[in-house]
Design a protein around this ligand. Sequence first.
Ligand SMILES: Cc1ncc(CN)c(N)n1
Length: 215
Amino acid sequence: MRPTEHLRQLAADDWHAATTHAFTTELAAGTLPLDKMRWYLAQDYQFIDGFVRLLASAIAHAPSLADSVPAAQFLAVITGPENTYFLRSFEALEMTAQQQNAAPAPATRDFQALMAEAAASGRYELMLAVLVVAEWTYLSWATPVNPPQDDLPFWFAEWVTLHAGDGFEGVVEYLRTQLDQVWPTLDAEAQAEVAALFIRAVALERAFFDASYAA
Ligand SMILES: Cc1ncc(CN)c(N)n1
């Protein structure tokens, strides 16, 4: 079994909850209340800030240039089309400056702390544990609802297409392979640290959707 599949199974309950959540089911159906989407977008834009720093740290710690190139290309997607998706959505959903700059919710703060911890660790495998969870959970919920319904507004449809399809599958496969490859080089203690971080990250993905759906 691939190490990343083993890790996913350690977090099976939270994984299932995070990847079959009412928030994303309703988003894909176009029935998600817009105030929940506004709340999510404002919080997730703050998540993206920490995510970009974490991904940049992973690029800096990749064992070779070849190992870093797919992550560097993905960083350009996050800071390009994904960044402008947020800005266009803020505008189209007529979000006030106050809504856009909402204080970070506990779920957001917890995620930011986890990403900062992984980045500051200086350990590639810990950075990958968080990155794999963040992108693989999103691929898992978005794939079954891709392509999006024709009548969906872009703020729902593009959130699906940014997280599904060949390009994004390639990103997740790359991140998983990086972690699969480093895993056998770790001693038992380091593997346990990776597993603990992976499990915490999956729980936080679930909590982030729970908080967004409750907003
Ligand atoms: C909380 C969270 N986790 C993951 C993703 C996918 N990049 C996201 N946008 N936000």
